[in-house]
Design a binder for this molecule. Structure first.
Ligand SMILES: NC(=O)c1ccc[n+]([C@@H]2O[C@H](COP(=O)([O-])OP(=O)(O)OC[C@H]3O[C@@H](n4cnc5c(N)ncnc54)[C@H](O)[C@@H]3O)[C@@H](O)[C@H]2O)c1
Length: 398
């Protein structure tokens, strides 16, 4: 089926989304673009061959030809747009973060579910080709039980005034980029596992703003796994997007932006854009061959529209966006109290109390195996724990 889209927002993400939709799945049509300013809306519509444009958000959503609303607006407008879309009975796809806080996110979730409209959370970074393949390996058991999922997104700060204005964004680097890292970790750890509590450090190290421009947080899940996020608007050198996943049987390291295998030196530059958040265009550069593919937008929209056509849920829904917002709320609290804070989920749809404790490996009837290691002299060291006495001993095999 071919869908007719209202694109709300013609900024950075409106552009990436429109490019992805028109270039790849190929079936969809953006029939109306909404932007705050007429001049920008008109220019955007002309550039992408979009038949109509407007500066009235409700008009774009209610456009009779539109069946799907894509929200690419500043965070504080997501709720208003989603509620209008639900009211109009349109499918709604919303960019990250779903909302500025969990209360708003829950209101959005309830609205789309009550209206019975299709809803998708546009968390592109779980859809990068590398991440999808790594997630498949994790689901097939290649990593064993995932114990630690560490995800980083750092750059020198966002590109528009509203991101820096707490009332419009809901916060700083945590709500802007922690949302990606938290959802990447949830996908690897398993969404059925409940996030229990968080601890978070956040500070404003560089910029003259009220919100945090740097933060590190830990999210503890009820199966014992830990998600770690590292986000910054103070990082120099481009955009660093990296994930490290460690399980009982394996490890994955992913580098999505600064080391993708494309490195270039130029003494004179190319007079313009190199890659998102690149800081310059001379010297050693790290261009990205296919930006929208590498950031996951292509696979994300394939999943969204294929799910819509097949009558199933996409991989990421408003419910996921709500859980992420709830974790972020707890992080803001913890950054203030400097204590572990519980993740308050008024709606939880996963499992409960799944902690199975340490995975004990039998060595023989009397011992558990702690570790085996081949030493530089060729010996094999076997470290054991006596099941009854608890004593730890080692055997050396020559
Ligand atoms: N990787 C990603 O998924 C990703 C990347 C960038 C941005 N985003 C999200 O997309 C949304 C928009 O971000 P962006 O980077 O496109 O922003 P932007 O500033 O580049 O564009 C904002 C758009 O919203 C419109 N707008 C309407 N009312 C506005 C208002 N009151 N103030 C400012 N703009 C207004 C502007 O006209 C513009 O078209 C945000 O929620 C952001 O978090 C997601």
């Amino acid at each position: 089926m071919s869908h007719k889209i209202a694109m709300l927002g013609t900024g950075l993400i409106g552009r990436f989304y429109t490019m992805s939709l028109l270039k790849y799945r190929g079936k969809e049509q953006v029939v109306v673009a909404y932007s705050r300013r007429a001049e920008q809306a008109e220019k955007f519509a002309a550039e992408f061959g979009i038949p109509r444009w407007t500066t009235d958000m409700a008009e774009a959503i209610r456009d009779p030809e539109v069946d799907t609303v894509v929200i690419g607006l500043p965070n504080y407008l997501h709720k208003q747009a989603a509620l209008l879309a639900a009211e109009a009975g349109k499918a709604v796809l919303c960019t990250k973060p779903l909302a500025t806080n969990a209360d708003e996110a829950l209101e959005m979730l309830e609205a789309v579910e009550k209206a019975g409209v299709f809803h998708g959370y546009l968390e592109d970074l779980v859809y990068t080709p590398k991440t999808l393949k790594a997630l498949e390996s994790a689901r097939k058991g290649a990593l064993g039980k995932v114990l630690w999922a560490r995800s980083r997104e750092t750059h020198g700060g966002p590109h528009s005034d509203w991101f820096w204005t707490k009332e419009q964004s809901g916060g700083g680097a945590i709500v802007d980029m922690g949302c990606h890292c938290i959802e990447i970790a949830r996908n690897f750890i398993g969404k059925e596992n409940r996030p229990i509590e968080v601890t978070c450090w956040a500070d404003t190290q560089v910029h003259p703003i009220d919100a945090e421009d740097h933060a590190v947080g830990l999210v503890r899940y009820d199966n014992g796994a830990i998600g770690q996020f590292e986000v910054s608007w103070t990082f120099r050198g481009g955009m660093d997007l990296r994930d490290e996943i460690a399980g009982t049987e394996g490890t994955v390291w992913l580098n999505h932006w600064l080391r993708t295998g494309f490195e270039m030196f130029t003494a004179v530059g190319q007079g313009g854009y190199v890659a998102e958040k690149a800081e310059g265009d001379t010297g050693w550069l790290f261009p990205v061959g296919d930006e929208i593919g590498s950031l996951g937008y292509v696979e994300m929209f394939l999943d969204m529209f294929n799910a819509m056509d097949e009558g199933r849920q996409p991989m990421e829904t408003f419910y996921d966006g709500y859980v992420v917002n709830a974790i972020i709320d707890a992080c803001y609290k913890s950054a203030q109290t400097k204590k572990w804070e519980p993740v308050e989920l008024k709606v939880w749809r996963g499992g409960e109390g799944r902690d199975l404790g340490a995975a004990l490996k039998d060595y023989d009837e009397e011992h558990y195996l702690i570790k085996e290691e081949r030493m530089p002299n060729g010996n094999l060291k076997v470290i054991l724990k006596n099941k009854k006495t608890g004593a730890i001993t080692q055997i050396i095999r020559e």
